[in-house]
Design a protein around this ligand. Structure first.
Ligand code: GCO
Length: 443
């Protein structure tokens, strides 16, 4: 059982479109994920219309968080639940839902961390061009101001956009996530717009009196397929795009040198200053390393993701390499030390499909092993001087896992998607004991 530095935050995370359900209730407007799931239904035919039905079971889920003993809970706010068309009149019932959630969390001694955008763009904005249309970044800033005005007095920390690289490169680059555009390198325009959205939201939250504002960027160590210079080069380019494209503008106010020329025509005077707002924490979402090879010359992009052999895998097929997290954190600090605020692992977790056995026990030992090993990797990085202040398990509940539907289960709590009954898994009890031991150790 890893013992963490004093004051280390142990939390859990979720996202609105993945757990709330109630997608057409109380004035919520549609988001791009309802549209995408209709056009590209996951293999199990599910969509987020019910998910874990958190919208109707929020009290039960907050009670689970309190029982788990986490000190903080990261959730996301559905833009189209608060602003059904993404701008214009506020949907009072929507904002009231998050107001009540924040109050319940505080009553249970939990520090709320709120994400403003977790992949669920209001469909009305997408109909107007989505993140390709510069008006969307402006609307995002306004939305941040509205939510900040209501909640900044009680929310402890904020994340404007979760995994902007996923939103840009999978949503607009290769179209494997909502909204599903295949723009390839033309998606770089969307990268810049998401960053402008981030900058505007940070500014609006600061104005509203936000206590702490950070980010939650998805990072992965990039391993070239071979030592062939073509693979090494492809790996470097992918690293600049996947890891550097949001990190460097946010922390350094410039794009990675090897791709910056591709951005010159997109950057207007003042844009990079707007993007590079000081952050109170740097959020890292970590899952596994990515192996990259050079792609054939006729491929739309010069790199391709390659399978990684010889490592344990989750039920989603993602490789389990805790050492890579430690290495990535140490390298990250060495490279960006001067500009780096404290780090928080805003997401780490794994998908294992095991369900309740005949006794009703969900024996997810593999998840316990995954979390234990990754927490130890964080502790080792801290021992090497990396300033990591927190770790949020993805996820509290089994939810709607985007293109994978309900089949991939990341939760510490099992959700029966027929009855919506919640069953804490063995990993829930294990994590609760890690937290209790941590509390005991600081006395
Ligand atoms: O933006 C994010 O934080 C992620 O995409 C999550 O929503 C995923 O569910 C998780 O990464 C597991 O795949």
């Amino acid at each position: 059982m890893p013992l963490l530095p004093p004051g280390f935050v142990l939390g859990a995370a979720t996202a609105a479109a993945q757990i709330e359900g109630a997608t057409a209730e109380d004035g919520r407007g549609p988001s791009i994920w309802e549209t995408y799931a209709r056009r590209h239904p996951p293999a199990d035919g599910s969509d987020g219309s019910v998910a874990a039905d958190h919208y109707h079971r929020v009290d039960e889920d907050v009670a689970l968080l309190a029982r788990l003993g986490v000190s903080s809970y990261r959730f996301s706010i559905s833009w189209s639940r608060v602003l059904p068309t993404g701008r214009g009149p506020v949907n009072a019932a929507g904002l009231d839902f998050y107001d009540r959630l924040v109050d319940r969390l505080l009553e249970s001694g939990l520090a709320p961390m709120a994400t403003l955008y977790h992949h669920d763009l209001p469909q009305a904005l997408e109909d107007d061009g989505g993140w390709i249309n510069p008006a969307t970044a402006v609307a995002f800033g306004d939305y941040a101001g509205i939510v900040g005005e209501r909640l900044a007095d009680r929310v402890s920390s904020w994340v404007p956009i979760s995994e902007p690289n996923v939103a840009a490169f999978l949503g607009y680059g290769n179209g494997t996530q909502a909204p599903g555009h295949r723009l390839y390198f033309d998606a770089l325009h969307v990268v810049h717009q998401l960053l402008l959205g981030h900058g505007r939201a940070v500014g609006a939250l600061r104005e509203a009196g936000a206590r702490e504002v950070g980010c939650a960027n998805n990072h992965a160590p990039i391993w070239p397929f071979s030592e062939d210079p073509a693979d090494v080069g492809a790996g470097k380019l992918f690293d600049s795009l996947w890891n550097g494209m949001f990190l460097e503008p946010m922390l350094l106010g410039r794009y990675p040198v090897d791709v910056a020329p591709l951005m010159d025509d997109l950057v207007a005077p003042g844009d990079l200053a707007l993007i590079r707002q000081p952050l109170d924490f740097y959020g890292v979402n970590y899952y596994s390393p990515i192996r990259i090879a050079a792609a054939p010359d006729d491929a739309p992009v010069p790199f391709e993701v390659f399978e990684m052999l010889g490592y344990p895998r989750t039920d989603r097929g993602w490789t389990v390499v805790p050492d890579a997290l430690r290495e990535w954190l140490i390298t990250f600090r060495a490279r960006f030390r001067a500009a780096l605020p404290p780090i928080v692992v805003t997401e780490a977790g794994a998908s294992y499909a095991v369900g309740p056995d005949e006794r009703g026990v969900v024996d997810d030992q593999a998840r316990i092993d995954y979390l234990d090993a990754h927490l130890r990797a964080v502790v080792e990085a801290c021992e090497r001087g990396v300033d990591v202040r927190g770790f949020y398990v993805w996820s509290l509940l089994d939810g709607f896992e985007w293109t994978e539907g309900l089949a991939q289960r990341y939760g510490l709590v099992h959700v029966d998607h027929e009855t919506l009954v919640r069953t804490p898994k063995r990993s829930f009890a294990w994590y609760a004991e890690v937290i209790a031991a941590q509390t005991r150790s600081v006395g």
